[in-house]
Write a protein that binds this ligand. Sequence first.
Ligand code: SF4
Ligand code: SF4
Length: 393
Amino acid sequence: MRLVEHFEQGLDAPICLTWELTYACNLECAHCLSSSGRRDPRELTTEQCEAVIDELQRMQVFYVNIGGGEPTIRPDFWHLLEYAVAHQVGVKFSTNGVRITPERARFLASTDYVDVQISLDGATAEVNDYVRGPGSFDTALLALQNLQDAGFRDAKISVVCTRQNIGQLDEFKAIADRYGATLRLTRLRPSGRGADVWDELHPLPEQQRELYDWLLAHGDGVLTGDSFFHLAAFGEALPGLNLCGAGRVVCLIDPVGDVYACPFAIHDQFHAGNLLTDGGFRQVWQTSPLFAELRSPQTGGACTKCAHYDACRGGCMAAKFFTGLPLDGPDPECVQGHSELALAGARTIPAASQDHSKATPTRNQPVMLKLMTRPPVSDCAESPLAGFVPDGG
Ligand code: SF4
Ligand code: SF4
């Protein structure tokens, strides 16, 4: 059996488990996939988190992606990190960098099995801070500097690709090289607050091509996870997991212990259970009816007629769901243009199941800044296809 077929049927334990430790965040990014901002009072206690780690160790989950919210603002974050590593669960954590002081950077440099991923959504402060909030570019770069000064090797720089930063791919790579880091590009999804900014920020069709060409040219030194397999419909496949792993090899534990099929699918429809009330994580992973369904053979729907189906497999389930498209049809960013009809027709965008956004503006009030401080020189400065009517191809 090919590896991909094993993956389609699901594994005994996830190979890409994300655990969001808190919904609290010092920032309030415009496209936050978990609509983070405020802590949920039901968030797991330190002891409950330790029990989760114990269970992951028993399941032989060798590493976990920790995120949030901003995980480092949990007072027990550093304890849980050490607890995980001591229990043979490696940690890769995502942070906006706010707590990566020189001292913490030295501690991180002294650990094994810990990887740090700094979020940066613009290669310039103007582009980054537009979505992530004032000062967040400087914070991220200071964190990278502290890590480098401390001798931490190969930090990751995690970039959500948007309409505004696709033109900065070379600059992102240069920043990564400057800090001895590796660039990780991910796809913007219309999940959480990402739904509110999707129409404005998701890359234009010609930018999808630009991104694809760039990844083909630079892909070896750049991480992408399963982000861009929908681009494989341009031709050659890209490195990475070329299928939707939701509930098969991917899942999310949220701060209150709810388990979802994927970090980008925080919605009742993709809720598999709760590890406090449904017998623990292993029980949810192995017996949830939702996961059984996701692991069963899928029909490709309208996509099965497409010559590129084997490469693209209809794209991302979460992107379809949160744009109100059928799950067995084309991705909203189908590079062959096959979602255009459905996008133009009647659709119901699902309401969010939860929202942890801050009720009142905060110090780092982000959403949205004013990006253009002066008008573009011409329409073409913003879009090379400005003024052209697409021919529907
Ligand atoms: S739903 Fe989308 S983001 Fe989640 S695993 Fe599937 S393809 Fe990846
Ligand atoms: S029609 Fe479906 S399989 Fe074909 S390229 Fe579009 S999303 Fe991919």
